[in-house]
Design a protein around this ligand. Structure first.
Ligand code: IPM
Ligand code: MG
Length: 363
């Protein structure tokens, strides 16, 4: 394979649990686009998470970080599993993921929650509440309580232990995630709901203040604000009221799982984590699901749709991204379902059969 100037380097990080099997299907899709549709890419592979810890003693080995710094985009499966839960927090698989986000400054996390009409019955909510759902959650990913110092568990004078973390945001961090959200909203319905807890937390009082300030640069955007407890309630009560939601690292973690479930299966939803220059890491929203690993039943569609996001946001290959999304629609129309989205009149397929069907539908 010759490597031209235009060739983009993609780092593949399968990770743990179902990670390797779903990533294998996404790689098949990338290779099919390379062979049949002229996509100029070069794939590299690396270890992250528990798999990396087992092999090297670190969930984010230097070699992986070097490859991640050098490539144009990263495709990641998932990290974590029961096997590593008792390790010291500093070397747990999740630290591999957090280390990649922090070291590569991937501050803007895009988590779409889209309901595929073919799957309306798979949602636990009534079809009329979720049909047509199309929300984009923009989660701040490199700051807030996830990274704030000081943090730890200390022993007080009386011998009692005390755990502590710090919720902390600078204006510049809030400004840049605000801009991310407003830019995305400009390409959608131009509505942004900023989620905070400004009635209790000073840090998010500042968050709200800065959002209002940045929004002045985007006169066409309709900005609203919601406290996070109400936002969680509104997401399950009337989710279609939202277009773009922008929020802090931890609130975004929680609300994006909630939004994902509205769509019937967390196995369908991709995500992008972007830096200031459009370089990104792409991964399914779901976790490593160790309980169903190596059974060939995991849904590879979230990972395959993450490839579509990768092509759109980091490689500027909009048409090829659309081709993947159309293939996913076609396969769902044809009634193919993995176990997580299976309903009575559909045809249940394995992880690799789903991947093969997508590849057939690409052409
Ligand atoms: C996510 C995950 C991660 C997070 C974990 C695995 C560290 O839940 O990407 O939403 O909390 O950010
Ligand atoms: Mg999460």
């Amino acid at each position: 394979m010759k490597r031209g100037k235009m060739t983009k380097k993609i780092l593949i990080l399968p990770g743990d649990g179902i990670g390797p099997e779903i990533v294998a299907e996404a790689v098949k899709v990338l290779e099919a686009l390379q062979t049949n549709h002229g996509l100029e890419i070069e794939l590299d592979h690396g270890l992250v998470g528990g798999a990396a810890y087992d092999a090297t003693g670190s969930p984010l080995p230097d070699e992986t970080l070097e490859k991640a710094t050098a490539c144009d985009a990263i495709l990641l499966g998932a990290v974590g599993g029961h096997k590593w839960e008792s390790l010291d927090i500093a070397v747990r698989p999740e630290k591999g993921l957090l280390g990649l986000r922090a070291n590569l400054a991937l501050f803007s996390n895009l988590r779409p929650a889209i309901l595929y009409p073919q799957l309306a019955d798979a949602s636990t909510l009534k079809a009329e509440v979720v049909s047509g759902l199309d929300i984009m959650i923009v989660r701040e990913l490199t700051g807030g309580i996830y990274f704030g110092q000081p943090r730890g568990i200390r022993t007080l004078d009386n011998g009692e232990k005390q755990g502590f973390n710090t919720l902390i945001y600078k204006e510049s961090e809030i400004e840049r995630i605000g801009r991310s959200a407003f830019e995305i909203a400009m390409k959608r319905d131009k509505r942004v709901c900023s989620v905070d807890k400004a009635n209790v937390l000073e840090c998010t009082e500042l968050w709200r203040e800065v959002m209002i300030r940045v929004a002045k640069e985007y006169p066409e955007i309709e900005l609203s604000h919601m406290y996070v407890d109400n936002a969680a309630m509104q997401l399950v009560r009337a989710p279609k009221q939202f277009d773009v939601m922008v929020t802090t690292n931890m609130f975004g973690d929680i609300l994006s799982d909630c939004a994902a479930m509205l769509t019937g299966s967390i196995g369908m939803l991709p995500s992008a984590s972007l830096d200031a220059n459009g370089k990104g890491m792409y991964e399914p929203i779901h976790g490593s699901a160790p309980d169903i690993a190596r059974q060939g039943i995991a849904n590879p569609l979230a990972t395959i749709l993450s490839v579509a996001m990768l092509l759109r946001y980091s490689l500027d290959q909009t048409a090829m991204a659309g081709r993947i999304e159309a293939a996913v629609n076609k396969v769902l129309d044809d009634g193919l379902r993995t176990a997580d989205i299976h309903t009575e009149d559909a045809r249940q397929v394995s992880t690799s059969e789903m991947g093969d069907a997508i590849i057939a539908a690409l052409n």
